[in-house]
Design a protein around this ligand. Structure first.
Ligand SMILES: O=C(CO)[C@@H](O)[C@H](O)COP(=O)(O)O
Length: 242
């Protein structure tokens, strides 16, 4: 993965990535839906795993991740919204997760957990809920590949964007740039054409969008509309396994 420092003197235009969340897809035609967003220009496929305990909803497990893996050549980004994620890390990486994210609120030994994800061969991501202080991930930044800042309370698609997350994004961008770290910032929840500009300006690298993509009838048009706002120069594919 390329280093993406954003120091003031750095004039490169970074490529930002779109990761449609299959939570809003038609599960009865999941492989078809995944292929359709890949064809439309998505960069990653985002998979939301919920256990009915850490969040008040239940979604999918490793077998569905396996099916997604078979349906696409894109990086598969698995977001675990589950209690005690350590029990399932290996199962999700074996199923095909290129990126595996755990919640800071769900981990007792966060450093050990992210280390284990990397040992298993996946990129490690740490997710932070809207009401959780950012300082909880500050000590782990050197050891992760991505921080996922939730811009809604996790559990459901189609919720309203929580604007107070923007100051956290800016703070995180400063920490990453000041230390020249190779860590991506991802946002998830309420991402759409109305919210994307402030997110771009705050320094987001990876945009998860569920309902904004899957509820439209023309995935090409929606993906293009979002990506044109954050990548005027075109699309990129990156972030998979080496
Ligand atoms: O993790 C989650 C919800 O917990 C998300 O990935 C949602 O799926 C995003 O949905 P939209 O807000 O984009 O509809």
């Amino acid at each position: 993965m390329e280093t993406r420092t954003r120091n003031r003197e750095d004039t490169r235009v970074p490529q930002r990535l779109l990761a449609p969340s299959i939570l809003s897809a038609d599960f009865g035609r999941l492989a078809e839906e995944v292929r359709a967003v890949e064809e439309a220009g998505a960069d990653w496929i985002h998979v939301d795993v919920m256990d009915g305990h850490f969040v008040p909803n239940i979604t999918i497990g490793p077998d569905v991740v396996k099916a997604v893996r078979r349906a696409t050549t894109l990086p598969v980004d698995v977001h675990l919204m589950i209690t005690d994620p350590d029990r399932y890390l290996e199962a999700f990486v074996t199923a095909g997760a290129d990126w595996l994210g755990v919640h800071v609120e769900a981990c007792v030994h966060l450093h050990r957990t992210v280390q284990r994800i990397r040992e298993l061969g996946a990129k490690a991501s740490v997710a932070v809920n809207p009401a959780t202080p950012l300082c909880l991930v500050e000590p782990i930044l050197e050891h992760v590949d991505m921080v996922l800042l939730m811009t809604v309370n996790p559990g459901f698609g189609g919720q309203k964007f929580i604007g107070s997350a923007v100051s956290k994004i800016r703070q995180l961008r400063r920490w990453i740039d000041d230390r020249s770290l190779d860590v991506l910032i991802q946002v998830d929840g309420g991402v759409c054409v109305d919210t994307v500009d402030v997110l771009v300006e705050s320094g987001v690298d990876v945009f998860v969008a569920g309902s904004a993509v899957f509820q439209g009838s023309d995935y090409h048009r929606t993906v293009r509309a979002l990506k044109d706002r954050f990548n005027p120069s075109g699309k990129s594919h990156q972030g998979g396994r080496d």
